[in-house]
Structures are given as C-alpha cells and as structure tokens.
Ligand binder design. Structure first.
Ligand SMILES: NC(=O)c1ccc[n+]([C@@H]2O[C@H](COP(=O)([O-])OP(=O)(O)OC[C@H]3O[C@@H](n4cnc5c(N)ncnc54)[C@H](OP(=O)(O)O)[C@@H]3O)[C@@H](O)[C@H]2O)c1
Length: 231
C-alpha cells in the first residue's frame, strides 16, 4: 500500500487529495491544524480506516519535527505540501501592506514546505516512489504576472518555486523527486465560487501527473494537466 502525507487536509484541495488517495486504496496521513473541527475529514476517516488524522500547525516548526519523530517508522511515498494562505487581500496593496502578515505568508507558503521536506526526508527516501510535491500557484510566476498586486502571495509562491527547484537538484542524487504543481483556479475557500475548476477535477489531474512522474521531470513547473508553465 502506497502512503501519502497531505498538509491542509481538512478542506479544499487537501481534503480532495485525501479523498481520492483513500478511494484509490492508499494509506493517508492527513495533517491539519484543528482535527477536532475537521468534520469532513473525520467523516472520510470513518469510512476509510487507512486515513489517519494528525494535528499539525505549519507555523510551528517544533510540531513538524515532533510529528516526523512520532512517525519515524512510517514510509511516505508522496509528501504533499498543500496548505497555504493568501494573506488578507485588503492589506496586500501598496500603502496598506502588513509586513507581519507578509512574513507569516512567507513562512507558511515557502518555509514550511521546505521544513516539511527536511523533517520527512528519511520517511520519503525509504519509500518506493520518493516524491515531494509542492502545491504552488501560477501567481508565483514572473513571466505570467500581467496584473500586478497580491505581493504577499506572489512572493511566497515565487520563493516556494525557487526553493523547490533547488531541492529538486539537491535531492536528485538520492533518487528523491520534486514536483512543483499549480492546481489551476479551483473552487475552494481560497479560489472562490467563480473558479472554473472543481477540486475533484484539479486533484484527479494532479494525481495523473504525479503517477506519470519520472526523476528526469524533477523540478519542472507544471499545471494540473501536466502542462509546462513559465517561471
Ligand atoms: N484554489 C485555488 O484556486 C488555488 C490556485 C493556485 C494555488 N492554490 C494553492 O493550493 C493550496 C490549497 O489551496 P485551497 O484552495 O485548498 O485553499 P483553502 O481552501 O483556503 O485551504 C487552505 C488549507 O491550508 C490550511 N492551512 C492554512 N494555514 C495553515 C497552517 N498554519 N498550518 C496548517 N494548515 C494550514 C488550511 O487549514 P485551516 O482550515 O486550519 O485554515 C486549509 O486546510 C494552497 O497552497 C494554495 O495556495 C490554490
């Protein structure tokens, strides 16, 4: 049985990853900040005993180390760094920038996925698939930025992309792959109701892209359909 660890698993894209991998017969380590409030995830775990729920706030790096330690005997085939925050859009423009919030967005979106990779590298390295996935955004692309704004979010995803590109190079000799995936514009709390893509469609596409991964693809910037994106 293959194993996936998913961060931000209580709603949105993360919950859908857990649902689809559980349906496919995978073991799922579902991490979220408040398991006691994660009713949809709890419902999933009741129907799928292979889903276990783990408390994890990505702003607390000691918690990341503690969870990695507690799961020391586990192997993780695919580590999915999904959790992310946008930053309050009203305070995300010049003249009203909230620098403390910006630091928090950088920590959760860019530093935490690197810390997760560092802490869980032994678990991933022992597995069959040996794959780290970063759920990024096309909004982290310089080449694609034609509308400006969203400084906190854009810089955090650009930093995530740069970090993951380096990890792809650094981890290749160990046979560990890194995928940098844009999920599309997805109907979730973050994406909003006008988004054209459902979480089910986005995650099905990303799972297909993950299935098709070969180590030579490590560090590529792809969307949920497997199409190459501009940096
Ligand atoms: N939706 C889109 O259109 C879209 C487009 C491009 C990229 N993305 C990326 O896709 C990923 C998932 O987004 P989504 O649309 O599913 O967003 P969402 O519905 O807002 O869900 C965000 C998830 O991240 C979790 N999270 C936030 N801060 C956390 C922390 N400190 N520790 C642990 N978990 C934390 C949230 O948990 P709580 O419930 O505890 O807050 C929630 O589970 C994000 O990285 C996002 O940037 C989304």
């Amino acid at each position: 049985m293959a194993t996936a660890l998913v961060t931000g698993s209580n709603r949105g894209i993360g919950l859908e990853f857990c649902r689809q991998y559980a349906d496919a017969g995978w073991k799922v380590l579902a991490c979220c900040r408040r398991p006691e409030q994660a009713s949809d995830l709890q419902g999933l775990a009741i129907h799928h005993p292979s889903v276990s729920i783990h408390q994890l706030d990505l702003g607390n790096f000691d918690q990341i180390d503690a969870l990695a330690h507690a799961q020391a005997s586990e192997t993780i085939d695919v580590l999915i760094n999904n959790a992310g925050i946008y930053g309050d859009s009203g305070r995300n423009v010049l003249g009203a920038l909230d620098y403390e919030l910006w630091a928090r967005v950088l920590k959760i979106n860019a530093e935490a996925p690197v810390k997760m990779t560092e802490a869980f590298l032994p678990h991933v390295s022992r597995s069959e698939r040996k794959l780290v996935v970063a759920i990024t955004s096309l909004m982290g692309s310089m080449a694609d930025n034609s509308s400006g704004g969203a400084i906190m979010y854009r810089t955090s995803k650009a930093a995530l992309n740069a970090a993951m590109k380096s990890l792809a190079i650094d981890l290749k000799p160990r046979g560990v792959g890194v995928m940098i995936l844009h999920p599309g514009w997805v109907k979730t709390d973050m994406g909003g109701s006008n988004a054209p893509t459902s979480p089910a469609e986005s995650v099905a596409g990303m799972r297909r892209t993950i299935e098709g991964f070969a180590l030579r693809d490590s560090g590529r910037f792809l969307d949920f359909r497997g199409r190459e994106l501009p940096w």
